[in-house]
Design a protein around this ligand. Structure first.
Ligand SMILES: [Zn+2]
Length: 136
């Protein structure tokens, strides 16, 4: 089933695994600095959102560009074994979409923040707007 040599695989996994580390911590610090309280990785909500703002009924996903198919350089598929990765990713995308739909259905608003954009001014504004409501 697995067609990669251990070296190749670990290289790819390293590229991919940053999801739980730096970008997410950056977003946590940001929203804490804005004075918002949140829970992490709720197991009870569809898609297990990264940050959960219970009182606001809002969640934030911090998406890794590779796994979640962002249209940036980090989201590009490797040239080899393309089909394998495409397949894997399609499943992720379907899961993401389903999660957001289900969240919406039960009255939760969700926002996706991309790993490559967490430290961009526009993203910070977007997060502030999202958490602060229409007038925030
Ligand atoms: Zn990206």
């Amino acid at each position: 089933m697995d067609v990669f040599s251990p070296v190749k695989r670990s290289e790819i996994m390293r590229r991919v695994r940053s999801k739980d580390t730096k970008p997410e911590r950056f977003v946590r610090r940001l929203v804490s600095g804005m004075g918002f309280r949140y829970r992490l990785h709720s197991e009870n909500l569809p898609g297990h959102p990264d940050l959960v703002f219970g009182r606001l009924h809002k969640v934030i996903f911090v998406h890794g560009c590779f796994w979640h198919g962002h249209s940036c350089r980090a989201g590009a598929l490797p040239a080899s074994n393309r089909e394998y990765w495409e397949n894997k990713r399609e499943k992720n995308l379907a899961r993401d979409e389903r999660a957001r739909r289900e969240l919406k259905r039960v009255g939760w608003k969700s926002l996706v923040v991309w790993e490559c954009q967490v430290n961009k001014e526009a993203t910070m504004k977007m997060i502030r707007r999202f958490l602060g409501g229409v007038n925030g």
